[in-house]
Write a protein that binds this ligand. Structure first.
Ligand code: AMP
Length: 391
């Protein structure tokens, strides 16, 4: 089955074409466009390029298009992308202004350009559909809850892949199968011992998710991606009382407060150096105290969430690192794992130092819990979910 995964930004369109079958899949072509103003034009150009390059004989060979949609109003999961999906994206356009409008547009355009293809949307919130009410509700008035304010969670495609892959690597095929089929069958009971994972997706945007028996029990991100860990230049968790106080005291408007919290906060705001952990680590190593603070605050926040989920699950069988910082940042991994031996987590310093962007178990051999590095591949995750949905 040929599946096109469409990655749509406010002014960009990137795609990967996968050939998928029951045993996995491969990328057969990829491409992209920047500074896009006319989605219809670039989608048709991409299809013409695939034909001209001999990748496809006709656009009709593309059986499905997958969209990694972020946040829908009253809609989540892995769904056929139809008018209800477009309405759900537009209903929350104000919460995800950089993501929702381009995806709503893209779905409309693909329906015209590839009328025979099945269009499938995988919401980033999908993995959190089964979290408990006590976990996803904020203590706000009913009227606020009625307009959809609650914890949703993001990076769902990445964390769900970790749920599958960590179970495979730890020899828990029963749990891996539950995780693989989660969007088809929902959660299913496990007959043996529970399998408890904390997944750390650490990149430009970061979140920590607790996963019990292949299903998320909670995550660090809430209503919007403005929450949880300090992000590259987004604030992460912040007391709601701070916003009116800053507006009144600094004399700034709501729009300006929002701009500063989304563009000038997070690791950039704390360090004053950069939004990239590599630059911040370098500055910290050469004695910059603000850079040191940014690194320490990130590690503190990661550990805070790991602790919360370990407690809720009654322990941990695997701690997983993924995405840019998780896969490459040996220093960050070591700082996160420091002093956790009492919880059965023993990091092997040599294995940790040697691991860069490859799949590896970096715990000591006798460690009761595994420490895993699993590279993220969100396009492949999407192609797999689309294939599973349509098979
Ligand atoms: P992602 O959002 O998953 O693409 O991750 C991007 C982030 O990964 C960058 O902002 C960097 O902070 C981080 N990163 C990339 N390469 C490295 C590296 N070699 N060491 C530490 N962090 C890295």
């Amino acid at each position: 089955m040929l599946i096109l995964v469409a990655n749509l930004g406010s002014t960009s369109f990137k795609y990967r074409l996968f050939r998928m079958d029951g045993s996995g899949g491969e990328v057969v072509a990829k491409g992209g466009y920047e500074r896009v103003s006319d989605y219809a034009g670039v989608i048709d150009d991409a299809l013409a390029t695939l034909q001209r390059d001999g990748v496809i004989a006709s656009p009709d060979e593309i059986e499905a298009v997958g969209f990694k949609t972020v946040l829908g109003k009253d809609l989540s999961g892995c769904v056929i992308a139809d008018q209800a999906t477009i309405d759900a994206l537009e209903g929350f356009a104000a919460v995800a202004p950089a993501h929702n409008p381009p995806y709503a547009n893209g779905i409309r355009q693909f329906a015209k350009s590839l009328p025979k293809a099945k269009l499938v949307a995988l919401f980033e919130t999908a993995f959190y559909q089964w979290t408990r009410e006590a976990s996803y509700n904020y203590a706000i008035p009913k009227a606020w809850r009625d307009i959809g304010i609650r914890r949703y969670g993001f990076h769902g495609a990445s964390h769900k892949f970790i749920a599958e892959r960590s179970a495979e690597l730890c020899g828990r095929e029963d749990v891996a199968e539950i995780a693989r089929r989660l969007y088809l069958d929902g959660p299913r009971p496990v007959s043996g011992k529970p399998f408890r994972v904390v997944s750390c997706h650490l990149g430009g945007s970061s979140s920590v998710t607790g996963i019990l028996n292949g299903v998320s029990i909670g995550t660090s991100m809430g209503f919007s991606p403005q929450s949880g860990l300090p992000q590259n230049n987004r604030v992460g968790d912040l007391d709601s009382g701070a916003i009116p106080y800053a507006m009144r005291t600094l004399g700034i408007s709501l729009d300006e407060a929002e701009r500063q919290l989304t563009k000038e906060s997070g690791l950039l705001g704390l360090s004053g150096v950069s939004n990239d952990i590599r630059d911040i680590n370098e500055a910290a190593a050469s004695g910059n105290p603000d850079a040191r603070l940014a690194v320490d605050a990130l590690v503190h926040s990661i550990r805070h969430w790991i602790g919360a989920f370990m407690l809720e699950m009654g322990g941990i069988d695997a701690l997983v690192f993924t995405a840019g910082i998780g896969e490459n940042g040996a220093d960050t991994r070591a700082a996160v794992c420091a002093g956790l031996e009492g919880f059965g987590l023993h990091l092997d310093p040599a294995k940790n130092a040697a691991c860069r962007a490859t799949e590896a178990d970096i715990a000591t051999d006798p460690s009761a819990a595994r420490v895993l590095v699993i590279p993220a591949n969100e396009e492949l995750v999407l192609a797999r979910e689309v294939f599973r949905k349509l098979s």
